[in-house]
Design a protein around this ligand. Sequence first.
Ligand code: A3P
Length: 296
Amino acid sequence: PDKMDSSSRGKLFDFHGVPMSHYFTDNWENVQNFQARPDDILIATYPKAGTTWVSNILDLLYFGQTSPERQTAIPIYARVPFLEIIVPSLDSGTDMANNLPTSPRLIKTHFPVQFVPKSFWEQNCRMVYVARNAKDNMVSYFHFDRMNMIQPEPGDWSSYFHRFMEGKMVFGSWYDHVNGWWKKKQTYSKLHYMFYEDLIEDTGREIDKLCSFLGLSCSVEEKERIRSGVQFDNMKKDSMANYSTLSVMDFKISPFMRKGKVGDWKNHFTVAQSEQFDEDYKEKMKDSHTSVPHRN
Ligand code: A3P
């Protein structure tokens, strides 16, 4: 069925130790057997950490000058396929990735690190991981689950708050996700680990870091064009970047480009919730060898 409504919402179940919904596991065989190419670039994130923003930056870095029509004609989810997704009315992520005409291929995943298909490691692919402050990430995920008809019902804020801390979310625990990828970075040199908050603070600086990681040279003018092009207000009105062409999302409930701010958690957490969260966070993130730097 093309029409998605509340009956299409996925349900959480345990999948190899990680809460998942069937929209991201039904294509498991094809995903695990996916043949990566050495120049593929994997963009990995916990949901709502800034995936679309970084995807758009990379797309512009690689193709902004050679094929500018991409950005005006092809939605971001087709330019940068979501590897593990399989939903009615859209090609599977693996089909979309296999049909990409360009090289390099930019591919998005929300998998925890242990689910990444082995050929990405065998091919020594570059990977860009984006992490976001946990509280803002939770708030963003809450609003996303309200409006996205393939996501489980979020319930009320207070129950969501507890479930997030328990890791009962699609793609599992935020803590395990950021820690798992951070740990991988210690041994896998082709992983660039970046933060949403740093992108907000200085987008140009983060583009420079991406360029040096990717081995790209980018002129001052080009960098400036990208930096301004990917500002929140510009992406929000860009129908090829803002997901408005996808039917599973109900923007009347909440738009995909919602706020794009650091610190929106303060409008959602009570003082008591914030204290409870911080205490639990310290406990979950205390292993100093694997803990990621904290961003506020
Ligand atoms: P909010 O819900 O806090 O507004 P993802 O792409 O991983 O799904 O992440 C979506 C989050 O990134 C949303 O956060 C969205 O508004 C924000 N975002 C997307 N593009 C952005 C941009 N250009 N600048 C700042 N934030 C952006």
